[in-house]
Design a binder for this molecule. Structure first.
Ligand code: ZN
Length: 408
């Protein structure tokens, strides 16, 4: 990929995504195949006055080997220095930048039951640290083309061409063409308009219907807003865009209040493996039945992670005619595919959407109705003929989606 384009992308990531401020520390996470982009990101961070940028290198190949060869006990062990790092991060609240280039089936051949066991052992230890820093720091997750991922998306192309094409699509969907800073100003404004309208409706519940079999109702909590695009850090009030790209308006649904069946419309890459053509049925807000043509076992492992993994943490609306869906490409990557279709997420909910959430403890927020889990997995249910009807707390009926797109 042309260095000038990577540099432009790095500028977008650091300025618009992370919004790095003078004197801030940065933790950058990237796979070893992304040295060039990571290098431009580091340079851009310093240009904006960052104090120190720590680069955390990762490798799918080595992670795969670890999960295959090491014992559950070894994989579940958290050394003292890692806990010290968590403490240090909570004290200094560095900006986090995640460059995502993993292959959708990076964990192929790994025993998923083993992954579940390791997560169950590790998560309770790390969770208090994560809860403590939630909403308090800027972070951003962005895509980057690797050979393995590109081959999955464009199997008909030779490797180099596939990588170039994936980059092109990443830049396009991240609005990195022309003047990216201006693009994002406009885009955020537009998204915000939709989110504000949805919030103003004070919706009690949504009813989804599609000819593929989706017939589903989900209830929403009072005083929990819809959000889109950028958000602010708690206390320091710094604006950042956690996802590049983003096209969704989303909210956190009421834990334990969902009924009916949703049918997937795109494959889901989870823990480095694919789940395809699946449906999920809810009763009293909990998953009671799942079916999948491919990856059903994996889907079952996913929801067995903890109690919260069987309940919803996100409801997101994305028009069928979104720029990402219009590329006609299936990215096999949630960051992109979730922004191409209406979706739900099982697991952890976004607590910052509640009015005056800063004044409440984590426990109070959970008691209010936010779901808590070690997972947050988006899955796509948007289709061409999806209709969504909203029912307000005053008992009015409002058409939200008609034939896959915004009805207002
Ligand atoms: Zn989402």
């Amino acid at each position: 990929m042309k260095k000038s384009l990577l540099k432009k992308y790095a500028e977008l990531i650091v300025k618009v995504g992370a919004n790095v401020q003078k004197g801030q520390d940065v933790q950058l996470y990237a796979n070893v195949d992304q040295e060039d982009l990571a290098n431009f990101v580091v340079a851009q961070c310093y240009k904006m006055g960052a104090n120190y940028v720590t680069v955390n290198w990762m490798s799918d190949k080595i992670s795969n080997t670890h999960y295959k060869k090491a014992s559950v006990k070894a994989l579940s062990y958290i050394p003292e220095w890692k806990l010290e790092k968590e403490k240090y991060i909570n004290k200094t609240l560095p900006v986090a930048i995640f460059i995502e280039s993993s292959s959708p089936d990076a964990m192929k051949g790994v025993n998923q039951a083993k992954l579940v066991k390791v997560n169950q052992a590790v998560y309770p230890i790390l969770k208090p640290f994560r809860d403590e820093r939630e909403n308090k720091y800027q972070w951003v997750i962005v895509g980057a083309a690797s050979k393995e991922w590109a081959k999955k998306v464009f199997p008909e192309l030779p490797a180099k061409k596939a990588v170039d094409k994936l980059w092109e699509k990443i830049f396009e969907t991240a609005r990195c063409n022309g003047d990216p800073i201006k693009n994002w100003k406009e885009h955020n404004k537009n998204l915000e308009k939709h989110a504000q309208y949805l919030s103003s409706l004070d919706l009690d519940y949504l009813h989804y219907e599609s000819s593929n079999g989706t017939d589903f109702k989900v209830w929403l909590m009072p005083d929990v807003k819809w959000a889109a695009g950028g958000e602010y850090t708690q206390g320091t009030h710094r604006f950042f865009n956690p996802n590049l790209p983003t096209e969704e308006c989303f909210t956190s649904p009421w834990k334990g209040k969902a009924e009916g069946t949703v049918v997937s419309t795109k494959p889901l890459s989870y823990n480095g493996e694919l789940i395809e053509d699946f449906s999920i049925t809810f009763k009293n807000g909990k998953v009671v039945e799942v079916h999948a043509k491919k990856g059903e076992e994996l889907l079952k492992h996913m929801i067995s992670q903890d109690e919260g993994a069987t309940m919803l943490g996100e409801v997101a609306l994305v028009p069928y005619d979104s720029p990402i869906n219009n590329t006609g490409i299936l990215f096999y990557n949630t960051l992109f595919d979730e922004n191409a279709a209406c979706h739900l997420a099982l697991g952890h909910a976004f607590t910052h959407l509640l009015k005056d959430y800063e004044k409440k403890s984590h426990k109070e927020l959970i008691d209010y109705g936010f779901n808590d889990s070690s997972i947050h997995v988006d899955f796509m249910i948007g289709s061409k003929d999806l209709n969504i009807t909203g029912y307000t707390r005053k008992g009015e009926k409002v058409q939200i989606f008609r034939n896959g797109n915004w009805a207002f």
